[in-house]
Write a protein that binds this ligand. Structure first.
Ligand SMILES: Cc1ncc(COP(=O)(O)O)c(C=O)c1O
Length: 391
């Protein structure tokens, strides 16, 4: 079956954060939303069918996670990522960010430091600060369009209060798919310093040809005991509104600590539709995902070509994974302090400002390219036109 990713589906008036909240968020009318990390595509038909069938049943009582659910997730991890997950390692949570918050509450004391590698997905900062912990900022290095981890900086900054690192693997917004060697280096360092590793792998299924996602636990057997991996079907199959995530914690003691943190807020029940959708996605969505990844690669080529031909001064940080692209406007002739206004008010495109990810330097914006190509072309056309008005 061929899926039609070119089809434009009107998402307005569907309670969509990306579309219905954009004008208000950016303070501009008729802005083209290319922000929030969800896709403008329908989920795989197997997911829609499973949800319809569950809806037809008509009784939406409390849910018990089934064997078949666990099997679907475990099969996926094994087949796609060569990762053997065991059933008793699972902790299910309503969303990955929620899980990160419970993890921070479970393993950190107020005043402890949590490492993040900026620029990075900004809710990490809120999770840390909401739990009265300190952000230990370990900015990545950018060299010839490639971001890398700065181990020297990390070595200098770590203190006796450094308790945890939140890795973004693959990395939002810079699109790095971390390799085994880089992950091993950070894992070894954290083991030496007794730092808990939390690897947010929500984007793990979305990688471009030539790159392979490495689940952190598979890097070295000795890391398994000190690692928590956050996974979900939500980015892969466009189900973020379902808020269902699988947090994998091999170490029984750590798992109990996490469950206790959740117990404090009585987080026991999950949304049945989220569980149905997640299982159906992992069971039936693989060919959809293959075609989505091909389409996404086409979008990336289109973007690269468009920028190379028509937007001198703008650069792409070539993503290795994720459908988010980190755009470098530093040489586009725009005052960095005015860049957000330029993109929003002059171009009328809703991109996420680089500064919210705590990029060291102003001049970056994040673009979501998980949309039909005509929408991507429209967004690029608007930016191109606004750039021309500058000169
Ligand atoms: C790295 C990362 N983690 C977590 C999330 C959100 O996860 P959830 O909606 O399950 O809280 C996102 C969404 O963009 C993300 O990019």
């Amino acid at each position: 079956m061929r899926y039609d990713f070119d089809n434009i589906i009107d998402r307005r008036n569907t309670g969509s954060a990306k579309w219905d909240f954009a004008d208000e968020f950016f303070g501009v009318k008729d802005i083209l939303p290319m922000w929030v990390a969800d896709m403008d595509f329908r989920s795989p038909p197997g997911v829609i069918e499973a949800l319809k069938q569950r809806a037809e049943h008509g009784i939406f009582g409390y849910y018990h996670v089934t064997e078949s659910y666990y099997e679907a997730v475990m099969d996926w991890m094994k087949r796609r990522h060569h990762w053997e997950v065991q059933k008793d390692w699972f902790v299910l949570t309503p969303g990955v960010v929620t899980a990160l918050s419970f993890i921070t509450a479970a393993f950190c004391q107020p005043g402890d430091e949590v490492i993040v590698q900026t620029p990075v997905y900004f809710p990490f900062f809120r999770v840390i600060e909401n739990n009265h912990c300190k952000i230990l900022d370990n900015p990545m290095c950018l060299d010839s369009g490639l971001y890398t981890m700065d181990m020297d900086d990390l070595r200098k900054k770590v203190t006796a209060r450094t308790r945890m690192i939140i890795l973004c693997n693959p990395h939002n917004p810079v699109g790095r798919v971390w390799g085994k060697e880089e992950l091993y280096a950070i894992g070894k360092f954290c083991a030496e310093k007794n730092i808990l590793i939390v690897s947010d792998e929500i984007h793990g299924d979305i990688v471009y040809p030539g790159f392979t996602h490495v689940p952190f636990i598979t890097v070295a057997p000795e890391f398994a005991d000190r690692t928590i991996v956050c996974t979900a079907a939500s980015k892969t199959f466009n189900l973020p509104g379902m808020q269902t995530s699988n947090i994998i914690i091999p170490n029984g003691k750590l798992r109990q600590q996490m469950l206790q943190a959740m117990e404090r807020y009585y987080i026991h029940n999950l949304n049945i539709m989220g569980l149905v959708a997640t299982e159906a996605a992992y069971r039936t969505g693989e060919s959809w995902l293959t075609q989505f990844l091909e389409y996404l690669q086409g979008n990336l080529h289109f973007l690269e070509q468009y920028i190379a031909e028509r937007m001198p001064g703008v650069r792409i940080i070539p993503p290795q994974g994720t459908y988010l692209v980190w755009l470098d406007f530093r040489n586009a002739g725009i005052n960095p302090a005015r860049l957000d206004k330029f993109v929003r008010e002059d171009a009328k495109v809703g991109l996420e400002a680089g500064t919210i990810f705590r990029a060291k330097e102003a001049g970056f914006e994040r673009m979501n390219i998980a949309c039909p190509r005509t929408i991507l072309a429209e967004g690029l056309g608007r930016i191109e036109k606004a750039l021309r008005m500058l000169s």
